[in-house]
Design a protein around this ligand. Structure first.
Ligand code: PHB
Ligand code: FE
Length: 351
């Protein structure tokens, strides 16, 4: 088992310090918020010429050639993932119009960029900004726009409402730290297993999951180097949905299981292939062309099914019942360029 430094976007935040001079022509730190709260109690935010405002029900986004709106609960669920995952791999589409593309140091914040109609009408807009500058705006917007009782990571069945004029906040929820093992959950000095005493009760949908743990008896000399834990029990105690945790690391190979219920809040346009192993229940995936949004496939996975998502698509998942999904990521920093230049195929397997 290796002890790599994990620089995946799914682990700790990385990037240039706030306000640093740009090595690659990206915009300097944008003003993070403007003026007094609006009539609904919410602050306005900007990233360059992209302006963000919320009211009781909607997030409004405007730019020189257009404007857009999203239901604010969907917007906050997507924003929560973008912030917590440090802009993730490739593209995080909040919907078919607005999103971010990660260049690992800078981020494109766009409207209509991956939407054929907006592109053809030349109404799309992109701001390329230092990662930490976008991050600080998004962190503040998420905190200011999230009301008391709403948890953007929770299943809709397990959280209060996002709507209404501003009332309170939920900073503890929107800043919760990610699980990112450096070797493997349960090993000494690493992420530990979950239990009631640690504040991780079994979820209402997983009461039938066995909670026994394996007995590990290392030979002398191997203490601390061999381990094992009950992954199903670990997942049954996850309080959040659509939030892959890094539970084991072997060089660039990251095991990122997660529990799902309702809809993946982003449409993920990957810059590398990604494998899914469905460990329980059922998830349907809508798959579109990554750049145009044209429909490509609909895949329904049942427990035990394995699928490989190619690097030239975007996908969104629908889980009618809480399920356990293993997402397998290759975190190599070389992959986006190898795929973009055709040295590695976009699809990881041929049948
Ligand atoms: C994905 O984009 O592949 C993804 C993200 C979050 C999940 C599952 C899959 O919970
Ligand atoms: Fe994905």
């Amino acid at each position: 088992m290796s002890t790599v430094t994990n620089d995946s976007p799914l682990s700790a935040a990385s990037g240039a310090p706030s306000g640093a001079a740009s090595p690659n022509g990206a915009a300097e730190l944008a003003p993070s918020h403007e003026g007094e709260p609006n009539a609904h109690g919410y602050r306005k935010f900007s990233v360059g010429e992209l302006h963000f405002e919320r009211d009781e029900f909607f997030a409004h986004i405007s730019w020189p050639t257009g404007e857009h709106l999203m239901s604010v609960d969907a917007f906050l669920r997507a924003l929560q993932r973008d912030v917590a995952w440090n802009f993730f791999y490739g593209i995080v589409n909040f919907d078919g119009v607005f999103g971010t593309m990660n260049h690992y140091g800078t981020v494109d914040v766009f409207t209509g960029r991956y939407n054929d109609a907006y592109r053809k009408a030349e109404l799309d807009h992109v701001e390329t900004v230092e990662t930490e500058a976008v991050r600080s705006v998004f962190v503040e917007m998420l905190d200011d726009w999230t009301n008391e009782g709403f948890d953007p990571f929770a299943s809709p069945s397990e959280t209060g409402s996002a709507f209404g004029d501003k009332h309170g906040s939920n900073t503890a929820a929107v800043t919760r730290s990610r699980v990112a093992a450096t070797r493997m959950v349960s090993l000494p000095g690493d992420e530990q297993i979950r239990d009631d005493a640690g504040g991780h009760p079994v979820n209402r949908q997983f009461t039938d999951v066995a909670q026994d743990e394996p007995e590990v008896r290392p030979e002398p000399g191997y203490e601390g180097r061999i381990g094992g834990f009950n992954l199903a029990a670990y997942l049954s105690r996850s309080p959040v949905t659509w939030n892959p945790s890094i539970v084991s690391v072997c060089r660039d190979s990251l095991m990122c299981p997660t529990t799902e219920e309702y809809i993946l809040p982003i449409i993920h346009g990957n810059d590398r292939a990604e494998w899914f192993v469905l460990l329980s229940d059922e998830i349907t995936w809508d798959i579109e062309d990554r750049d145009s949004g044209a429909k490509r496939a609909r895949v329904t996975m049942k427990a035990g099914d394995v699928s490989a998502m190619p690097a030239d698509i975007r996908h969104q998942g629908y889980a009618p019942k809480r399920s356990m999904l293993l997402v397998w990521e290759n975190a190599s920093a070389e992959l986006p360029n190898l795929i973009a230049t055709g040295q590695v195929p976009a699809q990881p397997v041929d049948f």
